[in-house]
Design a protein around this ligand. Structure first.
Ligand code: HEC
Ligand code: HEC
Ligand code: HEC
Length: 133
């Protein structure tokens, strides 16, 4: 390994180690603005990208959606390797599609269907989340 690269790695590692105790306590703030999903690597997209409003989900616990952390204070991306990274399967724990549409309390559609009677505004129809251009 080149000496300069090695040194920058040492510096980066030190910076992380020093920063950890500072950031470990408070959870990262949820963004105020809507976030827009990005296409996972290798996935052939057929629908418009979904917008997700954290603001409208204040009543849901962060960890109910962000059920996996990387390190002390970083949430894993949904499509991280070993998570919901299967971009072809429609079912199963590793299925990217099922993570958002499956019949589970953690999936967008699963939770919304369960809440529909109480909150009629939750989107459950395809076009509500994937608006047509
Ligand atoms: C509550 C919101 C929501 C609803 C309702 C919803 N989806 Fe999705 N869908 C998502 C999210 C989130 C993703 C992953 C991020 C993205 O693709 O933007 C996704 C991804 C997809 C994908 C994979 C990506 C692609 O573009 O091919 C398909 C296919 C899809 N949805 C089809 C549907 C169909 C069909 C319906 C209606 C039966 C539907 N969705 C209803 C939220 C929703
Ligand atoms: C209803 C589900 C849900 C809830 C509740 C939720 N989040 Fe998220 N959050 C998401 C999704 C989905 C993403 C996008 C994940 C991805 O890109 O793979 C995200 C992304 C994020 C990001 C990254 C933002 C960016 O710009 O990339 C942060 C930080 C975050 N959430 C913090 C929080 C915190 C803190 C809470 C609790 C106050 C929270 N979230 C509650 C679903 C949720
Ligand atoms: C655990 C339950 C739960 C999960 C998971 C969840 N939602 Fe929701 N969502 C809600 C509730 C409850 C509301 C209604 C909040 C209100 O109006 O008081 C809502 C509202 C929304 C709205 C706003 C509808 C409006 O009235 O404007 C959008 C858009 C939305 N959700 C998208 C998503 C997407 C996309 C995902 C997945 C990435 C998701 N939600 C996951 C519970 C959930």
């Amino acid at each position: 390994m080149k000496r300069s690269l090695f040194m920058s790695l040492v510096v980066a590692a030190l910076a992380c180690a020093l920063a950890l105790p500072l950031y470990a306590a408070p959870a990262k703030k949820a963004p105020d603005a809507d976030i827009t999903f990005k296409a996972p690597e290798g996935m052939k997209m057929t629908k418009s990208l979904v917008k997700f409003p954290h603001k409208k989900h204040a009543e849901v616990k962060c960890a109910d959606c962000h059920h996996k952390k990387v390190g002390a204070n970083e949430y894993a991306k949904c499509d991280s390797k070993g998570c919901h990274d299967n971009v072809t399967a429609k079912q199963g724990k590793d299925s990217y599609y099922a993570a958002f549409h499956g019949n589970t309390a953690k999936s967008c559609v699963g939770c919304h269907k369960a809440k529909k009677a109480e909150k009629p505004n939750v989107p459950t129809a395809c076009d509500k989340c994937h608006p047509k251009a």
